[in-house]
Design a protein around this ligand. Structure first.
Ligand code: TXA
Ligand code: MG
Length: 324
């Protein structure tokens, strides 16, 4: 396969894997094979890299991402493992199982990658290039499937190139994926729940747990079963949120974008230079910081709707929706 302008495609040998780890360290985007599908990887601790990842995929919304780590020890640095989590990790990692667990208070993964949630999805892939890359990089790598939003997941480097050429830095080519469907996702936040059927059969998981997995409950509207990925509600601040607010009022805190008006109340700026990628990277952490400041009302300046602005506005309107 020949390299396309802007996107290198490398056969996944040792030199290519070191180069890929370096690209991740620089905040770049690397597509890599796993046993399930090809993932589009970014440094999980690098908010701007993650914002670029959403932009490259054309994701209409910031779905939370799966953190990929080299082994169970690395996973324990991100999340709290209860007895069920220990059992499932021991039985099925490395392999096509993703566990959604309570994140640790000191979890270094960027808020944007988790859509501001207190839980985190983690998996330890078994594919040899994925493992070599995680070992060489030495930190958590978030990776959604390496396709444009709305397309099917890629199971070869050629699929990735067809969707993402020119939009990402590097593709590690290691042939076709063995499993070809995404990982099975199980939430262990209460009753163990199957969030997404996938590469690991449900029965195998139930055998290890010793009981059946629950099914996801119904969505916010109260009537439709949840689509995969929609189960996670997104972060909603405790404060009331007023959108498209060019001028903050007395008693409000300000979530600014670009040039902020003179204001003596608490102010956080998503991006003083008006950059949507920077704004996306700051969104969930700034909302949390405003809540932590004790603000009861937040005025949000207008954010343009192009590029990542679409997803930012989607999340802001959810934050502003009346609380149940
Ligand atoms: O096999 C796979 O899992 C592939 C490879 C690359 O590892 N990755 C993958 O990622 O399928 P993605 O982003 O396409 O799907 C991840 C799913 C989404 O539906 C997302 O909403 C869900 O995992 N998810 C992530 N974090 C979650 C959380 N904290 N709670 C509930 N769902 C979560
Ligand atoms: Mg996907």
């Amino acid at each position: 396969m020949t390299a396309e302008p802007g996107t290198r495609v490398l056969r996944a040998d040792k030199a290519a894997i070191s180069a890929a780890a370096e690209v991740l360290r620089q905040g770049g985007l690397v597509a890599f094979p796993t046993e399930t599908v090809y993932g589009l990887g970014a440094d999980a601790r690098h908010g701007e890299a993650i914002a670029r990842l959403y932009a490259a995929k054309g994701r209409p919304a910031f779905n939370p991402l799966i953190a990929h780590v080299a082994d169970l020890d690395a996973a324990r640095q991100l999340a709290v493992f209860d007895a069920d989590a220990e059992k499932l990790a021991a039985a099925f990692w490395p392999g096509p199982l993703t566990l959604v667990l309570p994140k640790r208070p000191d979890c270094p993964v960027a808020a944007l990658a988790l859509a501001g949630l207190d839980s985190i999805a983690i998996r330890v892939p078994s594919q040899k290039t994925a493992r070599a890359l995680l070992a060489a990089f030495g930190g958590p790598v978030v990776a959604p499937s390496a396709n444009r939003s709305g397309h099917v997941s890629p199971t070869s480097a050629a699929h990735v190139l067809a969707d993402l050429r020119g939009r990402i830095d590097l593709i590690l080519d290691d042939g076709d994926c063995d499993v070809g469907v995404e990982s099975t996702i199980v939430a262990l936040l209460g009753e163990p729940t199957l969030l997404r059927p996938g590469g690991l059969p449900r029965e195998d998981i139930e055998r290890v747990l010793g009981h059946a997995l629950a099914s996801p409950s119904i969505d916010d509207a109260g009537d439709a079963p949840l689509a995969p990925g929609m189960l996670a509600s997104h972060y909603a601040p405790k404060a009331t949120v007023r959108l498209e607010a060019s001028t903050p009022r007395a008693g409000e805190a300000l979530l600014a974008f670009g040039d902020a008006p003179a204001f003596d109340g608490t102010t956080f700026n998503l991006s003083p230079r008006g950059d949507l990628i920077e704004a996306a990277a700051n969104l969930f952490s700034h909302l949390r910081a405003l809540d932590a400041s004790g603000a009861t009302a937040i005025a949000v300046m207008p954010v343009p709707r192009d590029g990542l602005g679409d997803a930012i506005n989607d999340r802001l309107s959810r934050a502003a929706a009346p609380k149940p």
